[in-house]
Each structure stands twice: as structure tokens, then as C-alpha cells.
Design a binder for this molecule. Structure first.
Ligand code: COA
Length: 700
């Protein structure tokens, strides 16, 4: 773990290139450090000055002669290597390199960045940046950035790959009243990256939630490890840009980032216990809520409203976002019936109706929040002439205080009329929105965190020790020695068997007699397929014959397959014909693996057979760290699950066998990094057991 305490809470800071000239970055940084109330030692470094911003200046950092925790670089890129050498010799611990002109400008800058890292490594210094805005910690307090302002003191740690976004968010945060513990601009991530900062701020007692803006992740394994360690303590919320092909392109031209695929990020975030915000607004809505409200224990929501329409809007949002409208106990219903007028709706959404005074909000909230079936509340208000809005706000605040284990959010809808009430709610820790949907979306994010937190705590990698790794290695070696990267059908089936993945029995036959012997050993009926690493679509070239029941049929099929394949693909390497047991029809599924450059092998499960591409019904998980419950969950996410459970009177399929097969495929892919691609399609699922019909394995 990287210890970043001396970066976030330094005892001394040098600003290299500190300047007296307003408008220069070196001036902004030194003035910001001073204005932030930083109480440690400050050393401006400038060869021409003796004093800057009231601090004694030194011509070179080596002249300071005292320990220095952090050096902030405000000198041009061309000077950076010499300055880094000086810092190393002066015993500096951290470099915050604001300077641009590194990796983001191309090969020349990339080389400069690498050289900078080499110098840092030589002296054991850590680098934040280059090409960043700097670092703030409001509790230290320290503002070592060139932003216009210092963040409000609070409990959100914000880590951003874009410096420009940092300044924009900072400016906007004042309006929203958002308070930050740290504001960290990570720039090009030449040395320290998101994982280091997640680890560091998760340990910080002032941080209650970690928010990230990311364009890419440097090291998938490290990122997951850092997030899984942080999640049990604090929520980690990420807004990841570069989702679409166009977005990814923009990302790579921005900070030189190479974006991974969206699916891999979804799978990785989920495994890491990270909440993925879909918009920047959602990122900070959630961050704000996490610092103010408790994580709900469950997903049962009560909606309290004084008008029908918004109540329906909120209820729709609850259902569409996967939350549940709470069902009250008889006791709650009785109390509501007694205390509210007959015109009110006592069922969820609780409508205190348009003529309500604030006291009806009190009845509705006090009664429903104490119901054990309620985990969270959304308070909606439309500004009628008869309602004292500030009083309704005070009641909401009191009700939330009286139930500290239940999350309360509000949407006081309107403009100037509701303004004072909204301000009161915000100042008293009730997250407030203009309309119902974002209020519900925030609750959903909080509920999701609760779920992810327990999933992360409970999940351990599912491994099998009854697999034959050496046997598989021998097959792979043989395939490579033969100059191939694609396994023949019988080889792949054998690999599956060695990992106890049930595959249809299969043998390679090089002549008709051998084919008959194979068929008789396996048992009729059989299927015969051309065995060639060069023929991908076997059916198209007459390379497949099914339902062969006799010796004569097998002999004839062998001749026909060979003849038609040789004619259609004269240059293909043909190893013979694969004789496979013809399996009874089952529900067709696919289990597969594709590799992501950042997060490694990803396991896919879904509807299989020839409709794979058409149905696009698949769910993904990372192979690394895959737990049994994650496998069970990935099955339930697909449409195929409906079939597996027993569709229209059909008996259910053997789901436990399927779960195990997926777990074993994941282990095979973890054990053998040389597997580049793997497809088991189709897998036939039966009420008892399953059978992998076609196993395709391609090596790197
Ligand atoms: N040691 C100490 N001081 C040095 C120095 C050295 N080796 N070399 C230069 N200086 C001094 C200069 O004399 C100058 O001080 P002055 O104002 O008193 O004359 C100061 O350092 C800055 O040098 P200067 O050459 O004037 O550079 P600059 O201020 O025009 O630009 C950067 C420096 C870092 C701002 C610029 O190179 C840069 O990278 N800008 C982009 C930053 C950015 O966008 N980052 C990403 C944000 S998200």
C-alpha cells in the first residue's frame, strides 16, 4: 500500500517556479497555499527572488537544507528533469507535477515522462501527475493547486483524471454546498494512479465517500483490490467516460488514455463493489447523500406526497430502478386511517392530498418511518397556498432525525415558493431535488451500495482442486508444437474433460475404419465433423453429418465429408474427422471467455446456439476472483434463465450443474493465460446434467 499521508498532510511544501507575477501558475499555487491556511513550512523556489508571498525564497531546492515532504512543479517541462534530480538530492518525498507537455503530447513527451519516473524511482520519490491541477486537502488544510478557489470543508474525496473538470466541479460545488475532504487531480498518472489514491483516502477519517472521474484504469487488478478494500468502509462511486467508440477516441486524445470496453468496466466495477454513476450529476447527488444519510438496510421505499401526479412519477421510478414500494403493516395502515382524513391515500404512495397542512406530513412520516417494512422515504411537496412549506421542511428534518437508520430524501417541487424550504432541508442534511426521479435514483444508488458492500464482504474466488492442469498444459504444448493456435474439436473436448466440464464424448479419426471404431466405442448415434484448424464454418462446406446410426452410414459420411471439404477448401490443413456422440436436444446455452486488456479474462453466459448474435442475451463477469454467488447471479440476469427455470410447463434444467460448469471454465481461463479465446457453444442443458457440444479454444 502506498503511504500518501505525507502528500495529503505534508509538514512542508516547496513550490518550484513560484512566481511574484499574478496570472502565472507559480503565483497561483503559492498564493493558494497561503490562503488555504496551511500551517506547515513553505519554500518558494525561484533563482531570481529572495521572497515570494511573504515566504523566504531559495534559488534551488537544495539550498533549503530542511526536510521537504512535497515539491510542486510550476516550471516548464524542459526544466523538469533537472528539477527532479535536485528534489531527489534534497530528499523530497512527493512531486506534484502540474507542468504539462508529457505523455499527452506524443512520443517525445512520453519519453520525458518515463525519464521523470526513472529519476523519481532512483530517489524513492512518488509523482502525482504530471499534467494536473494539483492536490487539496481541506482538513490539513492545504491547497496546492492553481484552482481559483479552495473547496468547502467536508467529507467527499474527489479524484479526477481531468484537471479542467476539477475546476468546473469546484466552482459548481459552492452553489450546491458540497464539502470535500480531498480534491485530487491525477493527470497523466505516470506513477501514482487511481488505485493509490483510493487506498489513501479510504484510510482518511475525514472521507465518507470517494468519487472518481476516470477515463481509464491503469492496472485492473490493483484497482479492484483497492476498491474492494475501500468498499466495506466507504462507498466508491465512479463516473467513467469514454463509453462509446467515439468517447473512447476522445479519451485517448485527452490524457493519452486508452479506454477498455464498457462491458469489462461494468463487470469490474461490480466485482470491485464500485457504484457506477451514469452522469456527473448522479455522481455528486450520490456523494452528497452518502455524507448526509444512512445507507438503507433494504430497498423498501415509502413515498409521501401532497399531490397524486408526482406520487405516481416517484412510484414509477421506484419500480423501474429496481426498488420496491413498501407494503405497510396492518398497524401502520390502522394508524394512518385513524389520523389522516378519509380523502387521503393511506397506501403507498401516501397522499396527504392537496388541502394538507404541514401536520399531515408529520403524521405520514412519523407513522411510516417507524414501520419495519420501510427502509427509506421520498418526501414530495407541491407548493399549495394552504401549506407552510418551511414547516413541512422542519417536519421532514425532525422525522429523519428520529429515524437515523432510514434514509430520507426530498423533492420540494417548484421555484421561488419552495426555495426557503429547500434551503432548510439542504442545510439540515436532507438531499433535495427539483423532481422525484433523481431523488429515487439517489436512494437506488445507496441501496446498491449496501448490496455491493455485503457481496464484496461475502465473496471469495471459487476454485476446484480436482482439475488436471498438467494434462491441459500437455495438450496446449502439443498444439503449439504442431504450429497451431486453434485446438481441434477432440483436443478441446479433452481439455474440458480434464477440468470436469461435461463435454460430449469425441474422438479424432484419420480414416473410415478408425471412424467406425470411434463410433462403436462412443455408441450410436454419432455426429461427424471435419477436423481442421482452417475451417471455421464447417456446415457451410459440407463438413458436418448428423444422426449417423450404422457402420455403413459412418463410412459413407467419412468419404463425403473429406471429399466436399477438400473441394471447398483445397488449402486447408485437414487432420481427419471428429466423431462425436450425438447428444439429445437440450436448452441451448453459451459459456465463453473474452479478454479485456485492463481486467483480463471475462466470462460470458447466455442463450446459445445459432441465435447467439441475434439474441445478444449474455451476462459477463471477470474470471479473476469469481465467486459461486456471482456465477449464480449472472445466470439470473439472462433471458435464458426463464428457460432454465422451466418454461411453459417444461421441467427445470440442472442449474447447479451449469453453475459449476461456469465456475470451472473460469478456473481454466485463470489457470491458462495463454487461452486467448474460448467458446463453448452450444451447451445443452438438461433436467439432469448438461453437455458441451462444441468447445472452441484459441491460444495466444
Ligand atoms: N527553478 C526554479 N524556478 C524556475 C526554474 C527552475 N529550474 N526555471 C524557471 N523558473 C521560474 C521562472 O523564472 C518563473 O518565475 P518568474 O515568474 O519569477 O520569472 C517561473 O519559474 C515559471 O517559469 P516560466 O518559464 O515563466 O514558466 P510559465 O509560468 O510560463 O509556465 C508552466 C510553467 C508549468 C505553467 C507551464 O510549463 C505549463 O506546463 N502549463 C500548463 C499547465 C497545465 O495546464 N497543467 C495541467 C492542468 S490540468
Amino acid at each position: 500500500m502506498s503511504d500518501l499521508r505525507s502528500l495529503l498532510h505534508p509538514k512542508s511544501i516547496a513550490v518550484i517556479g513560484a512566481s511574484k507575477t499574478p496570472g502565472k501558475i507559480g503565483n497561483a499555487v503559492i498564493e493558494n497555499i497561503k490562503a488555504s491556511g496551511y500551517t506547515g513550512e513553505v519554500y518558494p523556489i525561484n533563482p531570481k527572488e529572495t521572497e515570494i508571498a511573504g515566504y523566504k525564497a531559495y534559488p534551488n531546492i537544495k539550498d533549503v537544507g530542511k526536510p521537504i515532504d512535497v515539491a510542486v512543479f510550476c516550471v516548464p517541462a524542459a526544466a523538469s528533469l533537472a528539477v527532479a534530480e535536485d528534489c531527489g538530492q534534497a530528499g523530497v518525498k512527493h512531486l506534484i507535477v502540474i507542468t504539462a507537455g508529457f505523455k499527452e503530447i506524443g512520443p517525445e513527451g512520453k519519453k520525458l515522462e518515463e525519464d521523470l519516473v526513472k529519476i523519481a524511482r532512483k530517489y524513492g520519490m512518488r509523482i502525482t501527475g504530471p499534467n494536473n491541477l494539483g492536490v487539496m486537502d481541506t482538513h490539513t488544510p492545504m491547497n496546492a493547486t492553481f484552482a481559483k478557489d479552495f473547496a468547502l470543508k467536508g467529507n467527499i474525496a474527489f479524484i479526477s483524471q481531468s484537471g479542467a473538470l476539477c475546476v468546473a466541479i469546484l466552482d459548481w460545488s459552492f452553489q450546491r454546498g458540497l464539502g470535500f475532504s480531498q480534491f485530487i487531480s491525477i493527470g497523466n498518472k505516470a506513477d501514482l494512479n487511481e488505485a493509490d489514491f483510493i487506498e489513501a483516502v479510504a484510510e482518511d477519517p475525514n472521507t465518507k465517500v470517494i468519487c472518481l472521474y476516470l477515463e481509464d484504469v491503469v492496472n485492473g487488478d490493483r484497482f479492484i483490490e483497492a476498491c474492494r478494500k475501500a468498499t466495506p468502509k466507504v462507498p466508491v462511486i465512479v463516473f467513467k467516460s469514454g463509453i462509446t467508440a467515439a468517447g473512447a477516441k476522445a479519451a485517448s486524445s485527452h490524457t493519452g488514455a486508452l479506454a477498455g470496453s464498457n462491458t469489462a468496466y461494468d463487470a469490474a466495477f461490480r466485482h470491485a463493489g464500485v457504484i457506477r454513476a451514469k452522469t456527473m450529476t448522479e455522481l455528486f447527488d450520490l456523494a452528497d447523500a452518502f455524507t448526509k444519510q444512512p445507507v438503507p438496510r433494504g430497498k423498501n421505499v415509502v413515498v409521501v406526497t401532497n399531490s397524486g401526479g408526482p406520487g405516481i412519477v416517484a412510484s414509477d421510478a421506484v419500480e423501474t430502478l429496481g426498488l420496491t414500494m413498501a407494503r405497510f403493516t396492518e398497524e401502520t395502515l390502522k394508524e394512518l386511517r385513524e389520523k389522516l382524513p378519509p380523502t387521503a391515500n393511506i397506501h403507498n404512495p401516501v397522499d396527504v392530498v392537496g388541502d394538507a397542512h404541514a401536520d399531515r406530513y408529520k403524521i405520514a412520516l412519523d407513522t411510516t418511518l417507524k414501520d419495519p417494512n420501510v427502509d427509506a422515504a421520498v418526501v414530495l411537496l407541491s407548493p399549495t397556498a394552504v401549506l407552510d412549506i418551511e414547516e413541512a421542511a422542519r417536519i421532514t428534518i425532525e422525522a429523519a432525525k428520529a429515524h437515523p437508520d432510514k434514509a430520507v430524501v426530498a423533492a420540494f417541487m417548484g421555484g421561488a415558493k419552495v426555495d426557503a424550504g429547500v434551503k432548510l432541508l439542504q442545510a439540515n442534511g436532507i438531499p433535495t431535488y427539483t423532481f422525484p426521479e433523481p431523488a429515487v435514483a439517489t436512494l437506488r444508488g445507496m441501496v446498491e451500495y449496501g448490496k455491493l458492500r455485503s457481496e464484496v464482504a461475502a465473496s471469495t474466488e471459487w476454485t476446484f482442486d480436482d482439475v488436471d492442469k498438467a494434462g491441459v498444459k500437455a495438450i496446449f504444448d502439443k498444439v503449439r508444437a504442431d504450429g497451431r493456435d486453434l485446438l481441434l474439436g477432440p483436443e478441446a473436448a479433452q481439455v474440458a474433460e480434464l477440468y470436469k466440464i461435461p463435454a460430449a464424448p469425441s474422438k479424432l479419426a484419420t480414416d473410415a475404419d478408425a471412424a467406425v471404431a470411434a463410433a462403436e466405442a462412443i455408441g450410436y448415434p454419432v455426429v461427424m465433423k471435419i477436423a481442421s484448424p482452417d475451417i471455421m464454418h464447417k456446415t457451410d462446406v459440407g463438413g458436418v453429418k448428423v444422426n449417423l446410426n450404422t457402420k455403413e452410414e459412418v463410412v459413407e459420411a467419412f468419404g463425403a465429408i473429406m471429399e466436399s471439404c477438400k473441394k471447398a477448401e483445397p488449402n486447408a490443413r485437414i487432420y481427419g474427422v471428429e466423431v462425436q456422440k450425438m447428444m439429445p436436444k437440450g436448452d441451448e446455452l453459451i459459456i465463453g471467455m473474452t479478454k479485456d486488456p485492463t481486467f483480463g479474462p471475462m466470462i460470458a453466459f447466455g442463450s446459445g446456439g445459432i441465435l447467439v448474435n441475434l439474441l445478444q442475451d449474455a451476462s459477463f463477469r471477470l474470471a479473476k476472483g469469481l465467486s459461486k454467488s456471482e456465477v449464480e447471479q449472472m445466470i439470473t440476469e439472462t433471458k435464458a434463465y426463464t428457460l432454465l427455470k422451466g418454461f411453459r410447463g417444461a421441467p427445470p434444467d440442472d442449474i447447479p450443474a451449469l453453475v459449476e460448469a461456469i465456475g470451472r471454465v473460469a478456473q481454466l481461463c485463470r489457470d491458462f493465460d495463454e487461452i486467448a479465446e474460448l467458446d463453448v457453444n452450444p451447451v445443452f442443458a438438461y433436467p439432469k446434467g448438461l453437455s458441451a457440444l462444441d468447445v472452441k479454444i484459441k491460444l495466444k
